[in-house]
Structure formats: C-alpha cells, structure tokens
Design a protein around this ligand. Structure first.
Ligand code: R5P
Length: 310
C-alpha cells in the first residue's frame, strides 16, 4: 500500500501518511506556463495498492484535473488498485436536474474518475448519499458525526442541547448527531429565492433558552449559517455553535462569521484553510486525519469501515 498526495491539501496528506507510518510517493507535479498540469511519479509503484489524496476544493477545476491526471499516471505505471481519497468532493451540490436544462455535475465527475481509472472512492460527508450510486465501484463515505459528538461531549457543558438542521436536506445528518448526544432536534425551513441567497422561513422545534448545535456539510458564502443563527437567536436561543465538515469559505465568509452571533464555528481540515482563518478566534479546526488514516488502513486490510461508526 502506498500514499500519493495531490497539491490541494498537502498538510492533511502528510498527517495521514504520518499516522500510517508511510512516506508520500515521490511525485513531480508541475504547471506548464499555460497552466496545463504535468504529473510524473518518481518511484516504482507496479503492483501496489495506491491511495491518492486530493480534495477537489477551490480551484475546483484545477484540483479535479490534477487528480484525474494522477490517476491516469498511476494506471499507466501498473498500480494494482487506485483509490481516490477525496476528503472534499467538489461539484457534489449539482446532484440532480434542478431546472429543465441544467447539468448534473456530480455525475460528470463520477464518469471522469471512472474513466481515468479509479477503482474505489473514499470521501467524507458526501453532500448527498445517492451520489454513491453514480459510480459502479465501491464508494466509502466517512462521517464526521463521531468526531463532532466527541468534541461536543468534551467541550460543551450545557445540558439543554438542541441539534439544528439548517435546511431540509441536512435532517438525516442532524438526527444522527442528536441521537448520539441524546439531544432534541429542530429544523430550519430554508428557501433560496435566488442562487447564492438564502432565507429562513420557519423554525420547526423548540430552541428557546437552549444551546443550539447547527450541523451542516458545507459552509460556502456563509449566508445559510449566519441567517440560521440570527433566526435562532430571535427565537430565544441561548447560544449557537456550528459544526461544518467542509469549510469552503468563499469570498467574505470568514469575516462574516467573525462578525456574526455564532459562539463558535468548528470545521474540519478536509479543505486547507490555514491562511483564510488565521487570527479568526471564532473558528476552530478539528482534524479528520485520524479518521481518514484508520479508514485507509481498514480498506487496505479488507476490514470493515462501517464498524468505525458503530
Ligand atoms: C446546501 O445544501 C449545503 O448543505 C449548504 O447548506 C450550502 O452549500 C451552504 O452554502 P452558503 O454558505 O453559501 O449558504
């Protein structure tokens, strides 16, 4: 078994390799003057099971293309199996036709990864579970719920907890956390009047004087979360903590969080945000590296991955 890293999140890849007591495969990844990508693998990987770690985060197209070319290089170098480990799976939010003539980007990405030569996908909190069905190969979708619940039990002492889903799509994820914490559940009825804009219509459930835990897969512009926090506070919530797996944090999102009524935003390192969140004392990062290393180890040894979440 060997590990290779793309350039999108080298820090996470190094931590995973360290946990597995492995060295990253010596690889040369360069850009030509016109932006095209060049991949060269500098060691023999013939017959190896190779795990390629690459988040397809911003710049999504470049990072995706880099991943596809790495997979192609591995295939042409006679790797035995190629597992694409994609901590943040970009383009997942377009998982169905939302209007008559739109594309389904998650399916296009699935086809690209398949045709490039991947044999298996490992990812974290996939935006929609059904994307697994876009692939005709195993897809291991890892969950952050145990990581988040452990943190909450250790750090948030309030007994009056309610887990809040910021929209209908996140209810299953939120219910899983509420069950672990033996907490109540509330749901926000969110609408999108225009792309990139969100509006809270109603809050379903009792949040008055409670410590609210919002959980979501992605924070992008920050609009969904900031609006949700404002609405919860207006309904009498005592404090609001937010747990997000993939901190896309586009544009002014990090500043918006800093100026918001959020008590703390806890994110993971599926996306490397070191520079964006420097000096932002409202944001704390929980590393996903142990969970990912353990999952990789179990896959390599043909052991159960789902046991990690029981
Ligand atoms: C949507 O279904 C996702 O789970 C997130 O709620 C959404 O992507 C967040 O976007 P933003 O931060 O731009 O409101």
């Amino acid at each position: 078994m060997k590990i290779l890293s793309g350039t999108s999140n080298l820090k996470l890849s190094k931590n995973i390799a360290k946990n597995l007591k492995l060295k990253l495969i010596n690889t040369n990844i360069r850009r030509f003057a016109d932006g095209e990508i060049y991949i060269e693998i500098n060691e023999n990987i013939r017959g190896n099971s190779v795990f390629v770690i690459q988040s397809t985060s911003n710049p999504a197209n470049d990072n995706l293309m880099e991943l596809l070319l790495i997979i192609d290089a591995l295939k042409r170098s006679s790797a035995k199996t190629i597992t694409a480990v994609i901590p943040y799976f970009g383009y997942a939010r377009q998982d169905r036709k939302v209007a008559p003539r739109t594309s389904i980007s998650a399916k296009v990405v699935a086809n690209l990864l398949t045709n490039a030569g991947a044999n298996r996908i490992v990812t974290v909190d996939l935006h929609a579970g059904q994307i697994q069905g876009f692939f005709d190969m195993p897809v291991d979708n890892l969950f952050t719920t145990p990581l988040f619940s452990k943190f909450i039990k250790r750090k948030i002492t309030s007994k009056n907890l309610v887990c809040v889903s910021p929209d209908m799509g996140g209810v299953a994820r939120t219910r899983a956390l509420a069950t672990r914490l033996k907490a109540d559940l509330a749901i926000i009825d969110k609408r999108r009047p225009a792309p990139g804009k969100s509006q809270v219509m109603n809050i379903i459930g009792d949040v008055k004087n409670k410590s609210c835990i919002i959980v979501d897969d992605i924070i992008d512009s920050g609009g969904t979360i900031v609006n949700a926090v404002d609405a919860l506070k207006k309904q009498g919530a005592k404090e609001v903590f937010v747990f997000i797996t993939h901190a896309v944090l586009s544009g002014e999102a990090a500043r918006k969080i800093k100026n918001s009524k959020i008590k703390k935003l806890i994110i993971t390192d599926t996306i490397d945000n070191s520079s964006k969140i420097k000096n932002n004392n409202k944001i704390e990062v929980l590393s996903i590296s142990s969970l990912m290393s353990e999952a990789i180890k179990r896959i390599a040894n043909s052991n159960s991955v789902s046991d990690l979440f029981n």
